[in-house]
Ligand binder design. Structure first.
Ligand SMILES: C[S@@+](CC[C@H](N)C(=O)[O-])C[C@H]1O[C@@H](n2cnc3c(N)ncnc32)[C@H](O)[C@@H]1O
Length: 231
């Protein structure tokens, strides 16, 4: 780095500590994007949200439940709210329950720190539960959901919390399947291709599809993946 390079530090918008560690919301100086970091690990930003939005739109496009309107959806992980906003843009979606484990994430939206997706939070179709997605899913009646969308980590190979590991295991996948109406889908976001996840899903769901998503966050090309399991 040359002598005349000016280093500009990110602007910290909020910090919080939970029993799982430290959460940080910060604004990048070079592009103004907002980043969410957990325990020092980049989780996502507001600049490149293609894959978070595709999690919703791809699952909606592949959903085959009947009737095809009045859809009930569970989202695991509010994050910065892009998956939720994309869901709500589809008039077929009637109800969305969002499970978010960190109360401060929801507070940051309500305080206007992540203003871009604030309308989603006040949409009458949305209910947000501050809880582990496992708890929320376990409270759902069998065959009551059209879609279960999971984006709580950077995928099975890059966990944000070690305790989330079993979300990608057979037992939790069976619970996902049990709450799906026939023709419904469970969709899982992943930063890496995961054959073990695909295999476990194939044991539980009628059909499994892996969608590759090419994105360009900043100056580098990346591939992310969506795993879709049909119930
Ligand atoms: C990658 S972000 C979600 C991004 C979201 N799809 C979006 O569009 O902004 C992951 C979110 O999941 C939450 N989370 C992590 N583990 C969780 C769990 N077990 N249950 C519910 N929420 C969880 C995190 O606090 C974080 O807000």
């Amino acid at each position: 780095m040359g002598d005349d390079t000016v280093r500009v530090k990110p602007q910290y918008l909020a910090r919080a500590r939970s029993e799982r560690g430290e959460l940080v919301l910060r604004r990048r100086p070079h592009d103004g994007a907002i980043e969410l970091r957990v325990n020092g690990v980049f989780v996502m930003d507001t600049a490149e949200t293609t894959s978070e939005r595709l999690l919703a739109s791809s699952a909606l496009a592949a959903c085959r439940t009947q009737p095809s309107e009045g859809l009930d959806v569970l989202v695991g992980g509010l994050g910065l709210g892009f998956t939720l906003s994309e869901l709500l843009a589809d008039a077929r979606v009637a109800r969305v329950v969002v499970a978010e484990i960190e109360p401060e994430v929801l507070r940051w939206h309500r305080d206007g720190l992540v203003a871009v997706n604030r309308p989603a939070l006040v949409d009458p179709r949305v209910q947000i539960r501050i809880a582990d997605v496992r708890q929320v899913l376990a409270s759902m009646p069998g065959q009551s959901l059209d879609l279960v969308l999971l984006d709580v980590d950077n995928g099975p190979d890059f966990l944000v919390y070690d305790s989330n590991a079993d979300l990608y295991g057979s037992s939790f996948l069976r619970t996902c399947r049990a709450v799906l109406a026939p023709g419904g889908l469970t969709a899982i976001w992943s930063a890496s291709r995961s054959e073990p996840l695909a295999e476990r899903m194939a044991e539980v769901f009628d059909a499994v599809q892996c969608q590759r998503i090419q994105v360009r966050p900043g100056e580098r090309d990346e591939e992310y993946f969506l795993y879709l399991g049909r119930g």
